[in-house]
Design a protein around this ligand. Structure first.
Ligand code: MGD
Ligand code: MGD
Ligand code: SF4
Ligand code: MO
Length: 699
């Protein structure tokens, strides 16, 4: 036996955006073991299948960019020149200088995957003078974020769901057991074991449905009608928490008037959920209140009125008093709330760019949070050159061609740009189409900025490099620092190492990098911080209350709630549902050498009765089409999906030939979302992916 020492490091998983705390064992410069970080006391202490595949990403997956690459043929032709870092960075900078000369700094856009490290990317743009930072969130939770802002004055990230202690959790397509976060699914199973109830609502019976105590196979895109009727019953039958509501809610009477006609009978005709089931549910939920959670989810954040739906979800929590109570929704506390100093940000020492955002968010569209704006409105501006032209787009840890709908349309617009730069660890669809690929080191091979994490016990967290990069790759902090320096912004990026950045972030906190490395998590409060529900809650609305009637909406000229209305699909169409599975991360891991074996291609789920009508049997090849696009795929015939819908696991139909395991296998939901790029919720801003309809026939 060789007796080489094993070194242990605490860091964060990077196989999906959950960033679970992990412990990594390294021997002879190689990672030999990864497990959850036991110092995390929130049940986040293990790895999921995607997390375990970090080892195959690290040591088995050679179908990744291994050095910077500059395009050497038409966009998307797959002809590349492999270059060194100096040449790649200089190439980008010389193009950027031309673009800045022509359009000013504002002609540069950067879009990323959001998250706790984005102080780096935002600061880079700010330092070079562009206001045009944007991210993926218009495809994720933007509607919910705006709904939370309208009610509470703060966004959705401020809410912690105390799932472990809940008595009843209501999930609208929040497929917690497959589309998972380790901590969350463990808390969910713990609660169920302790007798909690779960009402799961989804046109598709998922694994989460199989764990639930009640499953409603709702008609797609109708959850809002169900909620209107729940609110009606709770208000009219005075089932709400009067003490809490009288103390904290503004505008109950107006809402009462708006919803008076929405009876459980009324919703039955829309959702297909029987009136008597709704009454039974109400009995239970009132018994379980206030330890209940109506989870705003994600999938229901993606139709034309998701904003109003999300408002009703939050309203239900408020009506049942499930705010700042164990088993309910708790306001996330910051370092400041713990009496500690938050980490210094890079952005705070850079002056704001003088130009306005190209997407109009925060000024032309005042009600859309200017923060990351809306990616589709950035695309619109690029397309029409209004309010001003854009010349370059960076996509960092984000694939606009696998996240925005309709890649044909997105490529048409991207082709108007002079420079496309992808900073990725893989050949994403966007990377393959871009002009320069800068390969980032994997999360095990790099350090990131330190993270301020809010919660009941706010903390600082670290992601640190544990092994040397296998290929000629660099960490993002280095890439953006180098770009900033060469573009004349060295004043704001005067760092030579990640340690310099960390020390700057920690200045004045009294905490050292070593303090954080010791456990990977540096907790800023011994006890969970809970505010007094009687007098101590802090909402950031103008009234300081929970605004059922929102001043923000009033100002913008929007309704507080709208009547339920759905552009119904045609008789021969299906809503195209899509979703994830426990072992894939979005569209990114289907080419992983190990994970690919678990599902080499996807199938189209279709309801048994509908399939019979169309003469389709399980395993038959079918043609699925929309407008001018059509694809062939095998059918999965099942009762587990609503008659009005078909379903695809996402991440298939890859067009990059170098991904030999995933290339051309199965069908991509994106490609079927033809014509959907500019269809979005007018009040919430999120793209209405879930309203995509398709036709299906036997091939
Ligand atoms: N049709 C359809 N569209 C969707 C969705 C859907 O379900 N269906 N889901 C929507 C949602 S909720 C989201 S959040 C978005 C997600 O879509 P994106 O925002 O694009 O995010 P990801 O797919 O997680 O990853 C994007 C890229 O980051 C790369 N990457 C992974 N790790 C690293 C790293 O460490 N460094 C760098 N530099 N790159 C890395 C991956 O290889 C991938 O190419 O898609 C949205 N769009
Ligand atoms: N394994 C894994 N886990 C992940 C991710 C991942 O890529 N892989 N991504 C993370 C990210 S970024 C996100 S945003 C979340 C997403 O988390 P979820 O939203 O929970 O996950 P999805 O799989 O996208 O979709 C869930 C379900 O919504 C249902 N649905 C579709 N339309 C409707 C409707 O009208 N009403 C209702 N009630 N349900 C509907 C679909 O049938 C599907 O089963 O997951 C996170 N966790
Ligand atoms: S959920 Fe899985 S893949 Fe995502 S960070 Fe946690 S362990 Fe990693
Ligand atoms: Mo997401």
């Amino acid at each position: 036996m060789n007796g080489e020492k094993i070194s242990k490091y605490y860091t964060m998983c990077g196989m999906c955006s959950v960033r679970c705390p992990i412990e990594v064992h390294v021997k002879n410069g190689k990672v030999v073991w990864i497990q959850g970080n036991d110092n995390d006391k929130t049940m986040g202490t293990s790895l999921c299948a995607k997390g375990s595949a970090a080892l195959s990403l690290e040591y088995m997956d050679d179908e990744r960019p291994k050095t910077p690459m500059i395009r050497d043929g038409e966009r998307g032709s797959g002809k590349w020149r492999e270059v060194g870092w100096d040449e790649a960075i200089e190439y980008i900078c010389s193009k950027l200088r031309e673009i800045i000369d022509k359009y000013g700094s504002r002609g540069i856009v950067l879009t990323d995957r959001g998250g706790p490290f984005n102080d780096l990317t935002k600061s880079f743009l700010k330092a070079i003078g562009s206001p045009n930072y944007t991210n993926h969130d218009t495809l994720c939770r933007r509607n919910i974020h705006h709904a939370s802002l309208s009610l509470f004055g703060f966004g959705q990230k401020k809410w912690v769901f105390d799932i472990a202690n809940t008595k009843h959790i209501v999930l609208y397509g929040r497929n917690m057991c497959e589309t998972l976060q380790v901590k969350e699914v463990k808390q969910f199973l713990h609660a169920l074991k302790n007798g909690a109830r779960c009402t799961y609502i989804d046109p598709r019976a998922t694994i989460t449905a199989s764990k639930a105590t009640r499953y409603w196979q709702i008609r797609p895109n109708t959850d809002y009608a169900l909620n209107l009727s729940l609110i009606r019953e709770i208000i009219f039958r005075e089932l709400y928490d009067k003490d809490f509501v009288n103390k904290w809610v503004e505008g109950l009477d107006e809402i009462k008037e708006m919803i008076k006609d929405y009876t459980p009978k009324w919703q039955e005709a829309i959702t297909g959920i029987a009136e008597k089931e709704v009454y039974k549910f109400l009995e239970e939920i009132v018994e379980d209140a206030p330890h209940v959670i109506f989870h705003p989810g994600w999938m229901t954040a993606r139709n034309d009125f998701s904003f109003y739906f999300a408002r009703t979800v939050y309203m239900l929590n408020v009506l049942l008093g499930a705010i700042e109570v164990p088993g309910g929704l708790i306001i996330s506390k910051s370092a400041k709330d713990a009496g500690k100093k938050p980490l210094n940000t890079l952005a705070s020492r850079i002056p704001s760019p003088k130009d306005k955002r190209v997407d109009g968010c925060g000024w032309k569209y005042k009600y859309f949070d200017g923060g990351p704006g809306l990616l589709q409105l950035v695309m619109k501006a690029i397309d029409i050159g209004d309010p001003y032209p854009i010349g370059a787009l960076f996509a960092y840890r984000h694939d606009p061609l696998s996240s925005l709908p309709d890649p044909i349309e997105v490529k048409r617009i991207l082709n108007k740009l002079e420079l496309l730069v992808a900073i990725d660890i893989r050949y994403s669809e966007f990377a393959w189409f871009s002009d320069v690929i800068l390969p980032e080191s994997t999360f095990l091979e790099r350090s990131n900025l330190l993270v301020n994490k809010g919660g009941l016990k706010p903390c600082y967290m670290i992601r640190q490099k544990v092994v040397e990069p296998r290929f000629n790759t660099k960490p993002a902090w280095w890439i953006f620092t180098e770009l900033a320096k060469r573009l004349g912004a060295e004043k704001y990026f005067d760092f030579d190492s990640i340690e310099d950045i960390w020390n700057y972030q920690l200045e004045g906190t009294g905490v050292s990098v070593e303090d954080i490395k010791r456990k990977g998590i540096y907790t800023l409060s011994d006890k969970p911080i809970m505010w007094d529900r009687e007098n101590g809650l802090k909402f950031s609305t103008p009234s300081g209350k929970i605004e059922f009637v929102s001043s923000r909406l009033k100002e913008a000229g929007f309704e507080q709630l709208v009547p339920f209305k759905l552009e119904r699909k045609k008789e021969d169409e299906f809503y195209l549902l899509f979703g994830r599975i426990g072992f894939f991360t979005h569209a990114t891991t289907t080419n992983d050498p190990l994970l690919n074996e678990l599902m080499p291609e996807n199938r189209l789920w279709i309801n048994s009765k509908k399939a019979e009508e169309l003469g389709i049997k399980d395993g038959d090849e079918v043609e699925v089409s929309r407008l001018d696009v059509k694809y062939k795929i095998k059918a999965k015939v099942t009762d587990f999906i609503h008659e009005d819908a078909v379903f695809l696991v996402r991440g298939f139909g890859k067009t990059v030939p170098r991904l030999t395991r995933a290339y051309n296998r199965g069908v991509s939901d994106q490609q079927l979302q033809r014509g959907m790029l500019f269809k979005f919720d007018p009040v919430g801003g999120g793209i209405s992916l879930c309203e995509t309809t398709v036709k299906v026939k036997k091939a």
